[in-house]
Write a new protein. Structure first.
Length: 363
DNA sequence: GTATGCTTTCGGC
DNA sequence: TTACGGCCGAAAGCATAC
């Protein structure tokens, strides 16, 4: 089954301050540029009735909520959301044979063993988990129960908030066929549009489309995945996620610029932040990457990889500077936002320390 | 021909 | 009228190694 916490950030803000729960609530990421510069992270269902959605500019959300008068705009408080998420995930985990957290507000629970493959029992279990989280944290979430992760996810999406949708194996075909292809995870706006151009609108259109054609258009991995998904077939296991694979920070510049010094002023802060997180988790990095979002919102990235694991702040800063400098030489536009990313992460261990010391002392 | 690793882009939340 | 975040993982596309 898939569990998905309802309008998570906004629900937490309602919980923290119940007086706002009958008003439109919009949780915002302010960029620090101007009064309303930034984007919407999420909004409660009252705000959604006004057309407020994740990702739209805050100024646009304000315009859409102009006549509601009592709309509440709050800044995102990520640390708080993460701490509550950790507690709730701890509750979910107890009910699962195996557990896989996806993002801050979603998780897959394989409960096959403990309900002995019985979907009625799975439904009862879902109710018990709902009650438990309601009692302990005062929060609601939506559940999808299905024969695999793909179906569980779509089932959960089909009834929100506080939903509970069960799709039994014999119901999969009827459930899936009429849905828009975009309901399949991995088919976002861009892919949906390409499919539309191929005459694919519903999952049933996708199921009837030649698999070779899909592979030619979307590549082997995705083409095969889309074909199987259209038939409700998915054998990916519910498995615990390991260490994070990358640590990144991105921020909006005070003003658009292509001045390396101004960019590095901000970038050095970002380097320190990602480095602090790296040390906190006891990790090393092999790759340093930068990302630049230009004033026209196009996204560009560059990265460099070392032969051995690294663990020094200075390396991060110097690599970032080198990459920004190189990138500026290749572009003519002004930068609006810049980011720093560490990847190819590894655990800091004795052997790696020795290698670092050896290289450090011999050079 | 297959496996593996690196760079960049895509897109979910 | 326009307006525009900050993360993350996955995949394509390419190069290289065996």
């Amino acid at each position: 089954m898939l569990v998905d916490l309802d309008y998570f950030y906004a629900q937490l803000e309602e919980k923290r301050n119940p007086s706002i729960k009958d008003k439109p609530v919009v949780v915002c990421v302010y960029s620090g540029r101007g009064e309303d510069s930034g984007a919407v992270a999420t909004a409660n269902y009252i705000a959604r009735e006004y057309g407020v959605r994740s990702g739209i500019p805050i100024a646009l959300a304000k315009k859409r909520l102009k006549e509601s008068k009592d709309a509440v705009f709050l800044p995102m408080d990520r640390e708080y959301y993460e701490s509550v998420s950790d507690r709730i995930m701890g509750i979910f985990r107890v009910y699962a044979d195996s557990f896989e957290q996806v993002g801050i507000d979603e998780a897959y629970l394989d409960v096959t063993q403990r309900v002995q493959g019985d979907f009625d029992e799975a439904k009862e279990l879902a109710c018990r988990i709902k009650n438990s989280v309601k009692e302990q944290e005062g929060l609601t979430f939506s559940v999808g129960v299905g024969p695999n992760k793909l179906i569980a996810k779509i089932a959960a999406d089909s009834q929100k908030p506080d939903g509970l949708t069960v799709v039994r194996p014999e119901e999969v075909q009827v459930f899936l066929s009429p849905l828009p292809a975009g309901r399949i995870i991995g088919i976002g706006g861009k892919t949906a549009k390409r499919m539309e151009e191929m005459g694919i609108n519903t999952v049933s259109d996708l199921a009837n489309h030649d698999i070779q054609g899909l592979i030619e258009t979307f590549g082997r991995v995705l083409g095969t995945y889309f074909h199987n998904a259209s038939l409700g077939v998915d054998d990916s296991p519910v498995q615990e996620r390991g260490e994070v694979e990358s640590i990144s920070r991105i921020a909006t510049l005070k003003e658009n610029t292509r001045d390396l010094d101004l960019i590095m002023e901000k970038a050095n802060e970002l380097c320190q932040d990602v480095y602090a997180k790296l040390v906190e988790r006891g990790l090393t990095f092999k790759s340093v990457g930068i990302v630049v979002i230009m004033k026209d919102l196009t996204v560009h990235s560059r990265s460099k990889t070392f032969d051995t694991p690294m663990n020094q702040l200075d390396i991060v800063k110097r690599s970032a500077k080198e990459l920004f400098e190189k990138f500026l030489n290749e572009s003519t536009n002004e930068a609006r936002r810049v980011g720093v990313r560490l990847s190819s992460l590894g655990k800091e261990e004795k052997i790696q320390k020795h290698i670092t010391e050896f290289l450090g002392s011999s050079s």
